[in-house]
Design a binder for this molecule. Structure first.
Ligand code: AMP
Length: 225
């Protein structure tokens, strides 16, 4: 299955994308993580991306499209993948469709995890991550979070540099102007699935799996998978 995860920053795309990838046995491809890896490695791509990420703005379309197109040519994407954080603009959505069509494929579904604006800002400002395994945690009190360790690998939790309240508000504004139209793009093409993101992680996951299993069964019975 070829899927993309959409939703406001903080909606849970990363958490749910990782769970879905494990469930369906396909790779989870996060453009945000790819940019953060590039920043850590000190590459020219990382330096360019950092200028935009630090301000809560989107990296230019041509850069995001190039790294995704390159990533999708790798062997592990043969049977499908879950994109997380891409496409973030209608231009990116069109480029993805064009790349897929050129290889005789289609995006099977775009899954929107829906949360409110207030919930998005609140979640991002209180989000802490494990620098080792990427697990995310919600910690309302910084003093307590600074002493917290990852429950999976015991590393000390950190905060993403772009997870401040100020940057969160900017990222949300950017989302509403540039990424919200991507939701309509997929809705108009009959490929949108919307789930309520303001439930427990397990409930959101179950809702997504139920919808996506139906999509997969339909594709299989029509011979498209
Ligand atoms: P994320 O981890 O998905 O929240 O992404 C973190 C940041 O990386 C975003 O705020 C953008 O600055 C940048 N980014 C990630 N994916 C894209 C994309 N598809 N297009 C442009 N910028 C992106």
């Amino acid at each position: 299955m070829r899927l993309t995860m959409l939703g406001r920053p903080g909606a849970g795309k990363g958490t749910q994308g990782a769970l879905l990838a494990e469930h369906f046995g396909i790779p989870h491809i996060s453009t945000g993580s790819m940019f953060r890896d590039a920043i850590r490695s000190g590459s020219a791509l990382g330096a360019l991306a950092k200028r935009f990420i630090d301000r809560g703005h989107l990296v230019p379309d041509d850069v995001a499209i190039r790294i995704v197109e390159e990533r999708l040519t790798r062997g592990d994407c043969r049977n499908g993948y879950i994109l997380d954080g891409f496409p973030r603009t209608v231009a990116q959505a069109r480029a993805l469709d064009a790349a897929l069509h050129s290889t005789g494929h289609e995006l099977d579904a775009a899954v929107e995890i829906r949360i409110s604006d207030e919930e998005a800002v609140m979640r991002i400002a209180h989000r802490w991550v494990c620098p080792e395994c990427g697990a995310t945690y919600f910690r309302r009190y910084p003093a307590c979070a600074e002493r917290s360790r990852c429950q999976v690998c015991n590393a000390t939790l950190t905060q993403r540099e772009d997870d401040t309240e100020e940057t969160a508000r900017e990222r949300l504004a950017v989302y509403l102007v540039q990424t919200q139209p991507v939701i309509s793009y997929y809705e108009e093409r009959g490929r949108l699935i919307t789930v309520n993101g303001e439930q427990s992680i397990e409930e959101v996951f179950r809702e997504m799996v139920d919808s996506l299993t139906r999509v997969r069964d339909e594709l299989e019975s029509s011979g498209a998978l």
